[in-house]
Design a protein around this ligand. Structure first.
Ligand code: XIL
Length: 380
């Protein structure tokens, strides 16, 4: 399949705003490889123009960068505001794209609404209040998009930034303990039994002890029968360049538990390549390593980059990386021109290194079929 499509895709013109959806080389390459290539987007980027054209033509999957977070959906207790999230889901539907629902339960940054602290402080039983609000959130949001958002990050970043312990600063950990994770997954499964349910974690790629904590958590959840279908590794390489071998081993360890895996929030600041003769070429190699790691693991369903272009990366406002802005961590530059990393990912998707000992076309075609079959939710 890959071999058949490759010449056609290589001959395809570079995507421009004038081209119709689904004509971009990256999107075509991902389809041929049997994986999703996704992008985080904001509702403001969907207005007709060059950004919307690229979002539609180059990606098979969209993740709302902020628009589906509790803080964005609930301006006040019991008040819901779905305009931005609806716009993203409608855009994806119109362009034949998957949506990764991001994210339901996240006790950090803009994961919880500003009013939550007051609400809990005023409650006679803050733990019960948080439990009820979380249940309402999951029922309302997953229920609204049932059948339209096939994959959810149900719990985001449950672990501490720099250890395998539960995040001690999260209100969910503080008030509910580890049980909040199982409750959230059970609630999400009930709200949309067809959705694939992910736990999404950050900064494990360069922290073996944190990754070990993630595996321990996952094993405990599975042993308890929690309806967990997949684990996302965010892939914010904030601590150094991606190491393809480490990433592949982590993906394999999770896949060995019968889970889907995805790289859910990939970006890579050029800081790690300062000193190289060609910074963007070095960055492209690191991107290629990430793509190859995913392709080597049949359970890896996709790679999502955290933003469309270097013009709007969150890293330029994230301390301490903000001090190094522009971080230029994405596939398109600030003029929306494709960077070397774009070509590198496309080329890996078109011509993945064959798995050891499986050199025939038939073997490659079989791998693509396995990956495609694996995109249906597992029978749990
Ligand atoms: C970030 C967004 O990119 C920013 O715009 C926002 O200010 C904060 O959140 N891990 C996640 C994402 O799961 O939701 C975060 O997104 C980045 C880290």
């Amino acid at each position: 399949m890959r071999a058949l499509f490759a010449p056609l895709l290589l001959a395809a013109p570079v995507a421009t705003a004038a081209l119709p959806p689904a004509s971009g080389e990256l999107r075509g390459a991902a389809a041929a490889a049997g994986i999703e290539i996704g992008v985080a987007a904001e509702p403001a980027q969907l207005a007709p123009g060059p950004e919307a054209a690229l979002l539609a033509s180059e990606f098979t999957s969209l993740t709302p960068e902020n628009a589906m977070k509790w803080s964005a959906l609930a301006p006040a207790p019991g008040v819901w505001s779905f305009a931005g999230a609806d716009a993203l889901v409608d855009f994806a539907d119109g362009n034949g794209q998957r949506v990764r629902g991001h994210t339901l339960v996240w006790g950090r940054a803009n994961g919880v609404p500003g009013w939550l602290g007051d609400e809990l402080a005023a409650a006679s039983d803050p733990a019960e209040r948080l439990r009820a609000l979380t249940a309402e959130l999951i029922d309302t949001v997953v229920g609204r998009y049932a059948g339209r958002v096939p994959t959810w990050d149900v719990v985001n970043e449950p672990l501490a930034v720099d250890s395998g312990e539960l995040d001690p600063d999260s209100p969910f950990t503080q008030l509910l303990g580890v049980g909040y994770i199982a409750e959230a997954f059970a609630r999400a499964r009930a709200a949309d039994p067809t959705a694939t349910l992910f736990l999404n974690e950050t900064l494990v790629e360069a922290q073996p002890a944190k990754f070990a904590g993630l595996l321990a958590l996952v094993d405990a959840l599975l042993a308890d029968g929690v309806p967990l279908d997949g684990v996302g590794l965010q892939g914010h390489f904030l601590q150094g360049r991606a190491d393809g071998a480490v990433l592949r081993a982590q993906l394999e360890a999770l896949a060995a538990r019968g889970l889907f895996v995805e790289i859910t929030e990939l970006d890579m600041p050029v800081l790690w390549f300062f000193g190289e003769p060609d910074v963007l070429a070095a960055q492209a190699e690191a991107y290629a390593d990430v793509a190859a790691a995913c392709l080597a693991v049949p359970a890896c369903r996709g790679i999502t980059v955290w933003g469309l272009s270097d013009a709007d990366t969150w890293l330029d406002t994230l301390f301490p990386l903000s001090a190094f802005a522009p971080n230029r961590p994405l596939l398109f530059d600030e003029t929306l021109a494709p960077k070397p990393a774009y070509g590198a990912v496309r080329d890996v998707l078109l011509a993945p290194a064959p798995p050891a000992g499986m050199l025939s076309f038939a073997a490659l075609a079989t791998l693509a079929l396995i990956r495609r079959a694996a995109s249906a939710p597992p029978p749990r």
